[in-house]
Design a protein around this ligand. Structure first.
Ligand code: PLP
Length: 389
């Protein structure tokens, strides 16, 4: 299999697995236990907190471990809603992940108001529109993703934070697709809350973190034994936390060692080959602010569902739209929010690369896509000469 679906989930890095295994085998003590083996586990947990904090340039005390991106997002929304009941409004973008959209739906069901900030056709939030939507006194929270999972579009987060803060609103950013891929610095981009997830950065599934700025008040979603400094009750997932710490450390190294340029070269090579053979192909998302790992592309007259079947047969793992909603293919709300026609959205595939991909894989995948597109169009009796114009 050639795995080009890293935005859905990533393979666990062997070094991450090596780091976590001792905490499944011998270091199984409860980190709250006062005896030596418990203290040993506690130290590993705190080291992981330092590693995750350092990826964000945060303080270790500002990191709480959770079960993943979805929990972190829900926890922030619930906390803000509970602590600022007089401010009713939540602003999100139309391109948010389902975790934010559904949590916003709950915000509304509980009597709050949700406003959708529009995005430009290139997928970036319309800052002018956002400015007019912000209402001091009523906007409690702006919750906008740092990087989009379908298109890889990188949000103008610095501007969003500044704008929201000047209107007296708090800011949460879903950085699940950004963490470990681009430099994130909560000192220079001072969001109040940030969510990240282990399985998008070569740690296992079911582990994540929530950055809670030391400036921000927070009420836990899960209460129980007071773990995570009263911010998330429940015995900690120690192997997962150790894995996330190691993954964050590795990601920090790879942000500086040329890995990013190598992945971008693979992705660009893939797109170049496709473009040469299928000139009618077009890419979604702002060219200047597109994650180097992601290729969201429209191949006119090639139904994505059919392409997925042919590519699967060719051993290529990729997705159409958001992989978090597999089962039935439905129009992508992200592309819809960007004004992409339903016809083009139905012909859109997402390929997402990671540091585990090679140039040979990128090239083989491009050839498989080209061949599959020809096959599908032939079967549909599509006139390629017409498409070329
Ligand atoms: N936010 C984004 C942008 C995502 O891509 C995902 C997962 O696909 C999530 C949130 C949910 O994260 P998790 O799977 O850790 O709950």
């Amino acid at each position: 299999m050639i795995y080009l679906d890293a935005n859905a989930t990533t393979p666990v890095d062997p070094a991450v697995l090596d780091a976590m295994l001792p905490f499944l085998r011998e270091h199984y003590a409860n980190p709250s236990a006062s005896y030596a083996s418990g203290r040993r586990v506690r130290r590993a947990l705190e080291q992981a907190r330092v590693q995750v904090a350092s990826l964000l340039n945060a303080r270790p005390t500002e990191i709480a471990f959770t079960s993943g991106g979805t929990e972190s997002i829900n926890a922030v929304h619930a906390s803000v809603r509970a602590l600022w009941p007089a401010k009713r409004e939540l602003i999100i973008a139309g391109t948010e992940h389902a975790a934010v959209l559904e949590s916003a739906r709950r915000w509304q069901a509980e009597g709050g108001q949700v406003t959708i900030a529009p995005v430009h056709p290139d997928g970036r939030v319309n800052l002018e529109a956002l400015r007019t939507l912000l209402r001091s006194g009523s906007t409690a929270l702006v919750s906008i993703m740092w990087v989009n999972n379908e298109t890889g579009v990188i949000a103008p987060m610095h501007e969003i934070v500044a704008m929201a803060h000047s209107a007296g609103a708090l800011v949460h950013t879903d950085a699940v697709q950004a963490a470990g891929k681009i430099h994130l610095d909560v000192k220079t981009t001072p969001a109040d809350f940030l969510s990240l997830s282990g399985h998008k950065m070569h740690a296992p599934k079911g582990i994540g973190a929530l950055y809670i700025s030391q400036r921000a008040r927070f009420a836990p979603l899960l209460v129980g034994g007071g773990q995570e400094s009263e911010r998330r009750g429940g015995t900690e997932n120690v192997p997962g936390i150790v894995a996330l710490g190691k993954a964050a450390e590795l990601a920090s190294q790879h942000l500086d060692d040329g890995t990013k340029a190598r992945i971008k070269a693979l992705r660009d090579r893939f797109e170049h080959l496709l473009h040469a053979a299928l000139p009618e192909m077009h890419l979604h998302g702002c060219p200047a602010h597109r994650l180097h790992t992601t290729s969201s592309l429209c191949l006119p007259e090639t139904d994505a569902a059919g392409m997925l079947i042919l590519l699967d047969q060719a051993g290529i793992a990729c997705s159409a739209g958001s992989a978090c909603h597999t089962g039935a293919l439905h129009a992508s709300h992200v592309l819809e929010a960007m004004g992409v026609s339903a016809r083009d959205a139905a012909c859109t595939l997402r390929f997402s690369f990671s540091r585990f991909n090679t140039k040979a894989e990128a090239e083989a995948a491009a050839h498989a896509v080209i061949e599959s597109a020809h096959k599908l169009r032939e079967a549909q009796g599509c006139d390629l000469a017409v498409l070329a114009h």
